[in-house]
Design a protein. Sequence first.
Length: 128
Amino acid sequence: MILLLKGVPFTLTTVDTRRSPEVLKDFAPGSQLPILLCDGDAKTDTLQIEEFLEETLGPPEFPSLAPRYRESAAAGNDVFHKFSAFIKNPVPAQDDALYQQLLRALTKLDSYLRAPLEHELGREPQLR
């Protein structure tokens, strides 16, 4: 998605992990998908891939996709990870705990989205 938004040409290779695990071990043994290959170097952590793409493919050649305000970047960091853990959980006994963790992450994001940022308060103090 990041590559599309930046307008960068790329090759997408889909892998059926049930049939072709041999392909994966050559690039990043023991890693989960997605995998980004750049100049022979494999990146496997989603956040590291995102940071790498933003640093490598930044302005002026490509648009920046980073949030303008630092606190905005951190506001929803946990949501994807908590959601993934919840929906991929193979142990039913952990469902409730993972669900509660996801709810806390969503509540944190909701609180952030409802509160004005510092620069907004500077322009409109009545937002407090």
